[in-house]
Design a protein around this ligand. Structure first.
Ligand SMILES: N[C@@H](CCC(=O)N[C@@H](CS)C(=O)NCC(=O)O)C(=O)O
Length: 91
């Protein structure tokens, strides 16, 4: 499973929704709560140019926010990104 980082705020419903989907997928992820951590919030903004939470990174790749994560799930690409179904290149 790739490294997954979620910049989030505990009280943010979009953060909760995004983390719920990742948990549903059995994905272990690192939470970075930026609510009271200006340094990590700046780090998030530098990495993706966005200021809203959540911001999700899978294997170092910026995925986007909650809407973006669910859009990937809807088009069937999330499992492959998480190293699950569809990720195998074996015949
Ligand atoms: N469409 C975004 C919505 C994210 C959003 O609006 N998050 C709020 C917190 S619940 C936010 O970050 N607001 C600006 C801020 O807190 O600085 C997504 O799907 O991630």
């Amino acid at each position: 499973m790739p490294d997954v980082i979620v910049y989030m705020k505990a009280m943010c419903p979009y953060s909760r929704q995004a983390m719920a989907l990742l948990r549903e997928k059995g994905c272990a992820f690192q939470k970075v709560d930026v609510a009271n951590d200006e340094q990590r919030r700046e780090e998030m903004m530098e990495r993706c140019g966005r200021h809203t939470v959540p911001q999700i990174f899978i294997a170092g790749r910026h995925i986007g926010g909650c809407d973006d994560l669910y859009a990937l799930e809807e088009c069937g690409e999330l499992d492959a990104l998480l190293g699950g179904a569809g990720a195998s290149t074996a015949p």
